[in-house]
Design a protein around this ligand. Sequence first.
Ligand SMILES: Nc1nc2c(c(=O)[nH]1)N[C@H]1C(S)=C(S)[C@@H](COP(=O)(O)O)O[C@H]1N2
Ligand SMILES: [Mo]
Length: 199
Amino acid sequence: MGLLRNRGLTDEERARIPPGQHRVRNFPVLDVQGPPYHEIPDDWDLRIWGDVTRPQRWGFDEVLGLPAVSEVTDIHCVTSWSKLDTSWYGVPMAWILETVAPLPSATHVVAHAEAGYTTNLPLEALGAPGVLLAYEYDGLPLDPEHGYPLRLIVPQLYFWKSAKWLRGLEFRHGDLPGFWERRGYSNSADPWKEERYSF
Ligand SMILES: Nc1nc2c(c(=O)[nH]1)N[C@H]1C(S)=C(S)[C@@H](COP(=O)(O)O)O[C@H]1N2
Ligand SMILES: [Mo]
């Protein structure tokens, strides 16, 4: 089915679609709960804590003042859609890592989003190219459905790792499975290895 649905692609594009995936042109919305709000609450903050040298707490205006870059990446949802050349703007995770300076004890990171959604990553995954705290998509503020005001983008892993409505990054010694990881999704989530589920 995936092959038939991928017929319109060039060879170059087809090579960017992981096994079992098909390309979409729209931008599907997938989440457990839907947008928590359409305006940024007064008490909004982004917190970075745990096994780091310099914990942080930023209001949204402060986030806008941090160094920012554009990234064009392909994204892959475990439900089998992939979207090529999505365009994001925000704070590069490389800069965040330099700034907070994870302690030697830090091995994993839990991303905390509104309404209790979490997802876990090994520390190395945050160091991969293109990982971003994104606040713009296609040159505009994120849509509420896609994570306004801020979401994580981890393009090299299935998209459930890219927490929408992000509020915190917890650096930890040891792993702690997140919302979907506790419900049978793969811990490692590499789309090129089809690491979809853990059973
Ligand atoms: N906070 C939060 N982030 C989330 C989710 C969610 O339910 N809550 N769903 C994840 C899943 S399963 C996917 S595929 C992507 C979907 O992002 P999109 O709706 O922008 O396409 O968001 C991820 N991030
Ligand atoms: Mo997903």
